[in-house]
Design a protein around this ligand. Sequence first.
Ligand SMILES: [Cu+2]
Length: 186
Amino acid sequence: MKDEVMKNVFRILGISFGLMASIQSVQAHVVFSEPQAIAGTYHKATLRVGHGCNGSSTTSLIVQVPSGFQGAKPQPKTGWTITTRKAKLAQPYNSHGKTVTDDVVELRWTAASKENALPDDQFDEFAFMGRLPDKAGPLWVKVLQTCETGQNDWSDIPVNGTSTRGMKLPAALLDVQPAPTHEHHH
Ligand SMILES: [Cu+2]
């Protein structure tokens, strides 16, 4: 009887430690502040940078726009300059009656000066918008964080599923949910 009680106590402790670990991994790193989005919608994706590189201030962020994310547009940010890179698409798409063959594949924010760099003991957000794919599923966004000293290449993607638990440098996950089906009755 006593053994059973102890077993349960250890089980509950194990669960709560596991939960704490997963909450922690959500809070730190470079993650989306709103990790869920709806398929086929125009979405503002906000990357939250929780720390620098081993104590060093963040000076730039390079975001790889995942394929299927259409017409990516970065939000301007005071103290940071923005550059974007376009490339030919493997699969052109239609937008506002036009075929799009080239699209933004990379977004880059660079601190305009040393004073604008993001200190390790502060956090900040970098946002971009665009149209999400019609198909639901995880979108992994690779981010290269460069600091005054060193860099973090947030590009690890789990082989199976979407849990990034225990990964050192996971890519940011945008969980694209199916659009709610609604019927029109006229
Ligand atoms: Cu972290």
